[in-house]
Design a protein around this ligand. Structure first.
Ligand code: ATP
Length: 342
């Protein structure tokens, strides 16, 4: 079946300018570099990686808030990579974004009712029974009291404000929500409640999600598939079990080692401390971008970009971009060990 969203070789460079008097371009920030991701109808794909690896840029490209430098954004098979504002108009309501900081994305001078009905009014949507009735229904859907229609954002807690942002995104009956770190700013106890709400929306309304987070623990229960990003590239992607139980990329291992409950063969993972800092995306390392921090790196890693492929021992659909992947764990019966890797 055709995916709802397909990103093909998606690339975004931001120009870096220099010079005091005459500004000229001296380089590029390689924020997103040749990313392929598919999101099926009603599916949740988690996108994880450290700060600065390009997750937000990718989310904005997918929502076509940014225009790609190279590559394609296909929505229901239609190439919208360079579509004009007018051509995007009918698609915009179907792709909504929710952001990390609910407070800054809500106008403090508007009531909750005005905030949530705004997108319907702008898009000329007149629900049966009127806007107010629909807003009250949406407040209920996201677990808020419909009687709070006339309240202002400052009267709500952080978690409740994120629910207001979610209700506003739902007002246009989206098919895809790009959630950019939607729970990172919330207390840990509140995070689970908001993730549960998103999960209910996915189940009850069939909404697909591209769920962006910096740690693997948050996306674990919610995502059917997970893509791991490092310095502008996807280094590993696969279904949830493959990523959490049989990770092959050293970077995925390092990220998982920071998740307290993650285990391999019921043994807790040893914490992996990565050497050095993430290199600059202005001048990323040649070959494999992770090699400067990788304990397995060899000469080949500096010379050849590892393709994102199904390396020996991976299950169908589990792709890894590494010349020297970690051995698959013996966790599952169906893992075929490559003698060269065992
Ligand atoms: N508008 C811009 N102009 C120039 N550089 C940018 C712009 N937006 C992002 N970048 C750079 O692109 C790289 C990727 O940024 P991005 O915000 O996409 O990463 P991220 O993984 O979402 O990080 P975070 O979790 O901290 O938001 C960073 O080096 C960032 O500084």
């Amino acid at each position: 079946m055709e995916p709802l969203l397909e990103l093909k070789g998606l690339t975004k460079y931001f120009p870096v300018t220099g010079g005091f008097v005459i500004k000229r371009q001296v380089g590029n920030v390689h924020a997103v570099d040749g990313v392929d991701i598919k999101v099926g109808e009603g599916e949740t794909v988690g996108l994880v990686g450290e700060s600065g690896c390009g997750k937000s840029t990718l989310g904005r490209l997918a929502a076509r808030l940014y225009e790609p430098t190279f590559g394609k954004v296909l929505y229901r098979g239609q190439d919208i990579s360079h579509a004009s504002r007018r051509a995007l108009k009918p698609i915009r309501p179907e792709i909504q974004m929710i952001f990390q900081d609910p407070y800054s994305s809500l106008n403090p001078r508007q009531t909750v009712g005005t905030i949530i009905r705004g997108p319907m009014e702008i898009n000329g949507i007149n629900p049966p029974g009127g806007h107010e009735k629909r807003v009250r229904e949406l407040l209920e859907t996201v677990g808020l009291n419909p009687e709070h229609y006339n309240r202002f954002p400052h009267e709500f807690s952080g978690g409740q404000r994120q629910r207001i942002g979610i209700a506003r995104a739902l007002a246009l009956n989206p098919k895809l929500i790009i959630a950019d770190e939607p729970v990172s700013a919330l207390d840990v106890s509140i995070q689970a409640q908001v993730v549960n709400l998103l999960q209910e929306l996915q189940r009850d309304l069939g909404i697909a999600f591209l769920f962006i987070a910096h740690d693997l623990a948050v996306v674990r229960h919610f995502s059917q598939r997970v893509a791991v990003m490092y310095l502008g590239k996807v280094v590993e992607v696969g279904d949830r079990e493959s990523i959490y139980e049989r990770p092959r990329h050293p970077y995925t291992h390092a990220l998982l080692s920071a998740v307290p409950e993650a285990t391999v063969d019921d043994e807790p993972r040893q914490r992996i401390r990565l050497a050095g800092d993430v290199p600059s995306p202005i001048n990323p390392p040649t070959g494999c971008r992770f090699r400067t921090r990788c304990w397995k790196a060899q000469d080949r890693c500096a010379e050849e970009v590892p393709p994102l492929i199904q390396v020996a021992g991976n299950r169908e659909g589990h792709l890894t971009a590494c010349h020297f992947p970690e051995a698959p764990t013996t966790h599952g019966e169906d893992v075929v060990l490559d003698p060269a890797l065992a």
